[in-house]
Design a protein. Structure first.
Length: 341
């Protein structure tokens, strides 16, 4: 092939790539506009104030709203008695969210020209920023203690899925009364099966608070996962039970809802939703038979809420915690809920 022909082929190839890129951008813009129009017409969406404190009308469910359009990823608020009804939405946008006692934690993406970065924003009851912290990885879990004084978050710093074993997490606890930051719970002293334990493959994630000192979390090491009881003052983790991931403590403090790996399920979705009685250590399987990759939330002492894939990304479902009943759709296009009373 002559030099002229090679140049001709190169020019044509570059032109085709440019045309394909322009077409992709135009399609994306068109889809975005359609999404925005759909959101504007969606009766579920109503921009307005969202509060994390007591509000008229009783308890509310606050969550990341996943409806496509201008307000996607903003915080949505709806009556707990009718979470599928009209939702009020307001900034900021969050990937993960939780709140208690007027304190909120929003794990947020910061979009850059070359790549996204992430940060944790501590919110007051009116969603105003109190402090923010840069994150070392992709946000995945967040919780606030019942008093609102402690906040915890987990990020992926290597790998991107709990399903396999090739991942690394970093879990941080923040005291909002002193702004003291415990950057990585892996520095805690671990007692495994009654003996001091240390290993380089230790990962800790999925904090759920009992009070401003005590919490539960998942500890993974040696290819196994364990429920651990944590002490944020003494900086200790003590194993209690095996095969527990993303624990969630019931409001009465007696049970843990969690993801359990069940033999025979897909390697990509190996979990089912269980409840552990902390007094007897007896396990109860819920009637939800779909794979759960979420940290469930207790709506009350009887009902669990959790996310499953949906048309807009994720939907929230509920199921009784005692192994009876059947799953029920709670709110479409929603993720990362918190009950605000």
């Amino acid at each position: 092939m002559t030099l002229r022909r090679r140049l001709t082929v190169l020019i044509i190839a570059v032109a085709l790539l440019a045309l394909a890129g322009s077409w992709t951008v135009l399609r994306a813009v068109q889809a975005s506009r359609l999404g925005h129009r759909a959101a504007a017409d969606d009766p579920r969406i109503e921009p307005g104030p969202v509060t994390l404190g007591p509000a008229a009308g009783g308890p509310r469910l606050v969550f990341r709203s996943m409806t496509w359009g201008d307000h996607r990823d903003e915080l949505g608020s709806a009556p707990l008695a009718d979470p599928a009804g009209t939702r009020t939405v307001a900034a900021p946008t969050c990937l993960r969210f939780h709140a208690a006692a007027g304190t909120g934690i929003c794990l947020q993406a910061v979009h850059g020209l070359l790549e996204d970065t992430y940060r944790a924003i501590v919110l007051d009851a009116d969603l105003h920023e109190r402090r923010h912290y840069d994150l070392a990885g992709i946000p995945t879990r967040a919780r606030v203690s019942p008093s609102g004084h402690l906040v915890a978050w987990t990020v992926f710093v290597g790998g991107d899925s709990y399903a396999g074993t090739d991942f690394s997490t970093r879990t941080t606890v923040l005291d909002t009364t002193t702004w003291t930051l415990q950057e990585d719970l892996e520095s805690y002293a671990v007692t495994l099966d009654g003996k001091p334990y240390r290993a380089v493959d230790t990962n800790v994630w999925g904090v759920t608070f009992a009070d401003d000192r005590h919490f539960y979390a998942t500890l993974a090491t040696g290819g196994r996962t364990h429920l651990v009881a944590g002490d944020a003052v003494d900086h200790t983790l003590t194993t209690l039970h095996d095969n527990v991931e993303c624990p969630s403590l019931s409001p009465d403090g007696t049970r843990i809802a969690y993801k359990k790996r069940v033999p025979g399920l897909s390697e990509d979705a190996p979990w089912r939703l269980y409840v552990l009685d902390l007094r007897s250590m007896a396990e109860t399987a819920t009637t939800e038979e779909r794979a759960i990759d979420d940290q469930a939330l207790w709506l009350d002492d009887r009902t669990l809420a959790y996310a499953l894939p949906g048309d807009d990304g994720t939907d929230l479902w509920t199921v009784p915690a005692d192994g009876t009943g059947a799953p029920v759709l709670l709110a479409a296009a929603a993720l990362a809920p918190a009950v605000v009373r």
